[in-house]
Write a protein that binds this ligand. Structure first.
Ligand code: LIP
Length: 285
């Protein structure tokens, strides 16, 4: 039960376990809706750029997730990608706050490319404590509770531990901004990474799934500028619980409102790649 402390909101392990179970249940329901719509024709609208898309499934699924969690936990707060797109302010307080991306990889969803994830992260006292990322198309449920390890479909997962850039598979994205300076800097970063001898560069089209694949050791590092708190909150817990490192590419700890992330299998690899990057500024969430 919540402690009545005036400063920090306190929850015990059992509470957080209940929160995670509720998030897993609603992620499965949401995933079912995504699966039903996945191969059908979608009604697509444009948001901030011609490459920033939204479908009726994104909106419907977010309503379902928030409605279900709100009924169970009426005093909790919510930050959801589509609610923010509809004008809601992003406010992260000490209260338990669910940070939700109903369909991470909307462009993939529009094209029926199977890297689409429901993302549900939970912050308490502004610290990320639990995360659920569900790829319904491949039926992969990634979960983590702070201090309790990371899992994919109930099997514990671990980062590769790779430290050598020359032995690494790196993930990054072009993203949805079509500003020339953003495209130029992103292409320059890919060039710098490739010229430093990586095994390969990959883009799954979903920040959350890029991070979960680093968490599972399928790849070694992911960096992106221009994403939002809902793209990274849930998977940051999963990645750290898998033994990985999340950071700000400009240096210092990860700030989920900063619109940028670098995360990898080791501090050494994160530091090596950070030094190669041309940094890009996006307005904070
Ligand atoms: C997507 C991110 C992806 C980024 C895309 C987009 P969405 O999120 O996961 O990493 O490159 O531009 O932001 O919009 O599909 O939830």
């Amino acid at each position: 039960m919540a402690d009545a402390s005036p400063d920090l909101v306190k929850f015990d392990d059992e509470d957080v376990m209940n929160f995670l179970e509720a998030a897993v249940d609603v992620a499965r329901l949401a995933g079912q809706k995504i699966k039903e719509a996945y191969l059908l024709e979608k009604r697509v609208e444009i948001k901030s750029s011609a490459a920033d898309l939204v479908t009726e499934t994104d909106q419907l699924v977010e309503k379902k997730i928030i409605g279900t969690l709100q009924e169970k936990f009426p005093d909790h707060c919510f930050i959801g990608e589509e609610s923010v797109a509809a004008g809601q302010k992003i406010e992260l307080t000490d209260a338990p706050t669910w940070i939700i991306d109903p369909v991470d990889g909307t462009t993939n969803f529009v094209h029926s490319f199977p890297f689409v994830a429901v993302c549900i992260g939970l912050a308490i006292n502004k610290n990320l404590v639990a995360g659920v990322v569900y790829n319904a198309i491949l039926d992969e449920m990634f979960t983590a509770i702070r201090g309790k390890g990371a899992y994919c479909n109930d099997a514990q997962i671990h980062c590769s531990g790779q430290e050598d850039i020359k032995q690494s598979l790196v993930m990054t994205e072009i993203g949805s901004s079509r500003k020339q300076e953003h495209i130029d800097a992103k292409l320059k970063n890919i060039e710098a990474i490739v010229k430093n001898g990586v095994h390969g560069v990959r883009s799954l089209g979903s920040a959350a799934l890029n991070m979960c694949h680093v968490a599972r050791g399928d790849s070694d590092l992911y960096v992106e500028y221009g994403i939002h708190c809902w793209d990274m909150a849930a998977s940051a817990v999963i990645l750290e619980e898998a033994g990985g490192v999340c950071a700000d590419p400009k240096g210092g700890p990860l700030d989920i409102m900063s619109r940028q992330i670098i995360c990898g299998s080791s501090q050494k690899l994160v530091d090596t790649v950070s030094q190669l990057l041309t940094h890009i500024d996006f307005e904070r969430d």
